[in-house]
Design a protein around this ligand. Structure first.
Ligand code: DHB
Ligand code: FE
Length: 285
């Protein structure tokens, strides 16, 4: 059976992709942000995921406002990247894991989560930038992308996203293949890119989320979408992916690492690494 080793949640700001492309990691603006990633790299080196499930939101590259699935999942052998308008260098295609995709689709639809199945799917900065942050200069493991609509209202509720995560965790552990799986969530934390509150950041709410995502994630499922927009900003609702990731943990959650840096571009940049305690005994020698 597959082992669910844990999860990582990380922001996906396009400016990070530009800084990586321009090798600016050691400049004063960027160094405190990039320095936060060491413990995440160490954890990935130790836990050795064979495959990752990536919870993210598409920003108008693969899905546009005319056709917007609430939840979608990739089932392709590879995923091409393209520039959705930020001018970032286009990433080489990312390897998919179609066997795991089809297992997850069967299991999730069986649990009444009816995701849109995509046998072709472009992935945007919200997929590519976190892959570059977590596996700098090397190929990430094969991935199954899972899209959650945080762009066009109505959005799925925090509770629904948490339950999707729970079903995903059960599905991963029911995969009858000896593989180590990590769940990656991208987006957040608080930010608002437009309107009267452009530049809005809410450090105290972000800190509350970083605490509760490990200690009591169900507490976050009580917020309505309107409350989440108020508290985290109209794009800060990307915290829904973080809530789904936490929901996927099947054992006790152990905090491995937290990093928080304000601001990167307009965003409170967060990083959270959680170990799924049931995987502890399985760490490779
Ligand atoms: C920014 C943040 C995002 O989450 C995003 O998708 C695009 C831009 C920003 O802060 O610039
Ligand atoms: Fe975003």
């Amino acid at each position: 059976m597959a082992t669910l080793i844990g999860g990582i949640a990380v922001s996906h700001v396009p400016a990070i992709g530009r800084a990586i492309a321009d090798h600016r990691q050691d400049e004063p603006y960027w160094k405190p942000f990039f320095d936060g990633f060491g413990p995440a790299h160490d954890w990935l080196d130790r836990m050795k995921p064979d495959v990752v499930v990536v919870l993210y939101n598409d920003h108008g590259l693969n899905f546009f406002l005319d056709k917007m699935p609430t939840f979608a999942i990739g089932a392709a052998p590879s995923y091409a990247n393209a520039d959705e308008g930020w001018g970032l260098p286009v990433h080489a295609p990312f390897a998919g894991a179609p066997d795991l995709s089809w297992h997850l689709i069967e299991h999730l639809v069986g649990e009444e989560f009816d995701l849109t199945t995509c046998q072709e799917m472009l992935v945007d900065h919200a997929f590519g930038v976190p892959m570059e942050l977590l596996w700098p200069g090397r190929a990430p493991p094969p991935a199954v992308p899972v899209c959650i609509n945080t762009v066009q209202h109505p959005l799925p509720s925090a509770r629904r996203c948490f339950r999707l995560g729970q079903a995903l965790g059960r599905a991963i552990e029911a995969w009858p293949v000896d593989q180590r799986v990590a769940v990656i969530a991208t987006g957040g934390l608080s930010h608002q890119l437009d309107g009267a509150r452009a530049g809005f950041i809410n450090k105290s709410f972000d800190q509350l989320c970083l605490d509760k995502l490990v200690s009591d994630p169900e507490a976050l499922t009580g917020y309505s979408t309107r409350e989440l927009v108020e508290l985290s900003g109209s794009q800060g609702v990307e915290v829904l992916m973080w809530i789904a990731m936490s929901g996927a943990m099947t054992g006790r959650r152990r905090r491995v690492h937290t990093h928080y840096h304000i601001p990167i571009s307009n965003t409170a940049a967060g990083l959270l690494v959680i170990e799924n305690e049931t995987a502890r005994a399985t760490v490779p020698a």
